[in-house]
Design a protein around this ligand. Structure first.
Ligand code: BTN
Length: 273
């Protein structure tokens, strides 16, 4: 049996002892931490009604030293290196700015750990350093079954984060980097996790109150602003100049037909005629 990364194990123990997390699972190897988190929800919901699940076991962290079949957005796969960080956080409740808040938390953590440096955010939540992707996020929603006593229960979110630390995968379609390649600074998975998880939870908690700060933080790092972009709005492909994000987190695209708001999907950069 492979030994677990001991530094990572200690970092998780500290997060549990400090009450940042309510439960955690650390695995030597797993197909995908998001899939593992979904399996856990499926299993635990038999014995825990939604309210007790939230009170006693959430937020829950699922971390793996090795991920063999990591999943990315839009059906892509996520190639995680042994020297990268792959984890999922099970979080109660959806907010329209969840994606935005997650990207901001990752960017702020990287800047704090390896600064002075500035990260860019490519909508909705890819994190860039030096115009190359350093981290990606896959958020999946699990609706909890309604019971006789609970009419309305919060959906659970599985927030999966993959961050290149020591090296980056070579992908044909995308320029990628890692913390070490972008800054020359050596940093461990444990250090990143210990800093990122509390910040992520703080940013997610803030969404139940004032949201202007997280939106402003995203806007100041938005790499698409003023650039030509292509995305899909209401089933139609639109091209135009990105004008940043709306207070609701939608991407604003100025087109000859007026301002369009992109809510989901992939955005690509294009050269406009
Ligand atoms: C993307 O950029 O397309 C999103 C990548 C998300 C990868 C992370 S790694 C941890 C978690 N488990 C997965 O299978 N995917 C996410």
């Amino acid at each position: 049996m492979t030994a677990l990364n001991s530094k990572l194990q200690r970092a998780i123990q500290t997060l549990l002892q400090e009450g940042v997390l309510s439960s955690a699972s650390h695995l030597a190897s797993v197909d995908s931490t998001n899939t593992e988190a979904a399996r856990w929800i499926q299993q635990i919901s038999h014995s825990h009604p939604p309210s007790s699940l939230e009170k006693s076991l959430l937020p829950r962290l699922v971390v793996a030293d090795e991920q063999t079949a990591g999943r990315g957005r839009m059906g892509r796969s996520w190639t995680a290196r042994h020297d990268g960080l792959a984890f999922s956080l099970v979080w109660p409740g959806y907010h329209e700015l969840t994606s935005i808040a997650v990207g901001v938390a990752i960017a702020e953590t990287i800047e704090y750990l390896v600064g002075p440096t500035r990260c860019g955010l490519k909508w909705p939540n890819d994190v860039w350093m030096l115009e190359q992707k350093v981290a990606g996020v896959l958020i999946e929603r699990v609706d909890q079954p309604k019971s006789e006593t609970v009419i309305e229960s919060k959906p659970l979110l599985i927030i999966g984060i993959g961050l290149n630390i020591g090296s980056s995968p070579r992908l044909d379609e995308l320029a990628t980097t890692s913390l070490v390649e972008a800054t020359g600074r050596l940093i461990s998975q444990a250090e990143v996790l210990a800093e990122l998880v509390p910040r992520l939870i703080e940013r997610l908690q803030e969404l139940s109150g004032q949201t202007s700060d997280v939106v402003a933080s995203f806007r100041s790092r938005c790499v698409l602003t003023s650039r030509g972009v292509r995305c899909v709005v209401d089933g139609q492909v639109v091209e135009g100049i990105c004008r940043g994000i709306e207070d609701s987190g939608e991407l604003l695209v100025q087109t000859p037909a007026g301002m369009q708001r992109c809510r989901s999907g992939e955005v690509t950069q294009v050269r406009l005629a």
